[in-house]
Ligand binder design. Structure first.
Ligand code: UDP
Ligand code: MG
Length: 323
């Protein structure tokens, strides 16, 4: 029987876990697979670890990976991906914004032969401001990214073993999973779903964390911001050249006095601003080079439950696709 793992990052979700677990197990129970749920506890400080311990005691198919502290959603997902040996892996958020009931649709396309099936958010049940920010982000990412990253496809997706192996083999510290998944290629397809509102509580991804994730995605998948600095340099030099012509003309031809400090001040400030932006952009990349070069792990596993490998040679798992 083919194997399927559902990977769910969990950070202080005690209010949602019972409902999530119930819905997820009943959906997976209806699928003809040897399934597991892999909860990645991202350093929760509430009752989530106790709840998870109960679930894993009751059912050996419920596995838990406890990270040593709060590493963030993307590292938590990456930790789950690295720990899974299933033929197919489903990623979903733990706040029921990604309804488990969509999983059978994802699996169906996998059976059709697609290696990546990502769920596309039809409507976001979030504040207008957050929706506008996401729209701007995906527009920017779509224009600038060097690989085609499908818009409105977040973590919620199914990946075949071959793609999971490819993503796991990517060594970078800054892991934007939707981007790495797109980079891995293969036959990919989207399935539209309606994104629910968060089941309870406030988003665990603070605006700061979300912003950091956005920058990670932009700077990891695009060199355009770097080139932007050069472009700005050309534009400013062009303007400066025109101004120079005007100054020379005033001096040599018309003989009118040159305007005073106002024009000098504006150009100094303008060029100063452009230079600061350019340095900031370069700094973003250098910071990332620095982080990558430290080669620290993006997450640390403290302990796990029920997580014995299902087979001796997990890397041969893709063979099971021909059954
Ligand atoms: N999450 C996590 N670590 C964090 C923040 C969030 O594992 O540091 C989990 C969280 O428990 C949830 C999922 O990531 O299961 C998505 O989080 P959230 O709903 O806060 O993010 P958003 O919906 O804003 O993307
Ligand atoms: Mg959410």
């Amino acid at each position: 029987m083919r194997t399927l793992d559902a990977i769910v990052p969990i950070y202080n979700e005690e209010a949602i876990l019972p409902e999530l677990h119930h819905r997820l197990t009943s959906v997976l129970g209806g699928l003809p697979y040897d399934w597991r749920i892999l909860y990645v506890d991202d350093g929760s400080a509430d009752g989530s670890p106790d709840l998870l311990a109960d679930y894993s005691d009751q059912d050996s198919r419920v596995c838990i990976l406890h990270l040593a502290r709060n590493f963030g959603q993307q590292p938590a997902i990456a930790a789950g991906l690295a720990a899974s040996d299933a033929d197919a892996v489903v990623l979903l958020d733990g706040d029921l914004q990604d309804p488990p009931e969509v999983i059978p649709d994802l699996v169906r396309r996998w059976e059709d032969g697609y290696e990546v099936v990502f769920a596309i958010k039809e409507k976001r049940k979030e504040s207008a401001f957050k929706r506008a920010m996401f729209a701007a982000f995906y527009l920017l990412l779509g224009r600038l990214s060097s690989v085609e990253i499908p818009p409105n496809a977040g973590n919620f997706s199914l990946m075949d073993r071959s793609v999971v192996d490819a993503v796991n083999a990517m060594p970078e510290h800054h892991r934007y999973i939707s981007g790495l998944r797109a980079y891995a290629g293969g036959r990919q397809i989207g399935v539209v779903f309606e994104r629910a509102a968060r089941h309870a509580g406030e988003p665990r991804q603070s605006p700061r964390k979300l912003l950091r994730m956005g920058f990670d995605a932009l700077f990891a998948f695009s060199e355009v911001p770097l080139r932007l600095a050069t472009l700005a340099g050309f534009v400013v030099s062009g303007i400066a050249f025109i101004v120079l012509l005007r100054v020379l003309w005033a001096r040599l031809v018309s003989g009118t006095a040159i305007e005073g400090w106002a024009s000098v001040m504006t150009s100094v400030l303008f060029i100063g601003g452009i230079q600061l932006i350019a340095i900031g952009v370069i700094g973003e990349y250098i910071g990332r080079i620095y982080n990558e070069s430290k080669r620290r792990p993006a997450w640390i596993v403290a302990r796990s439950r029920n997580l014995a490998p299902r087979r001796d040679a997990p890397t041969a798992a893709s063979d099971a696709r021909v059954d």
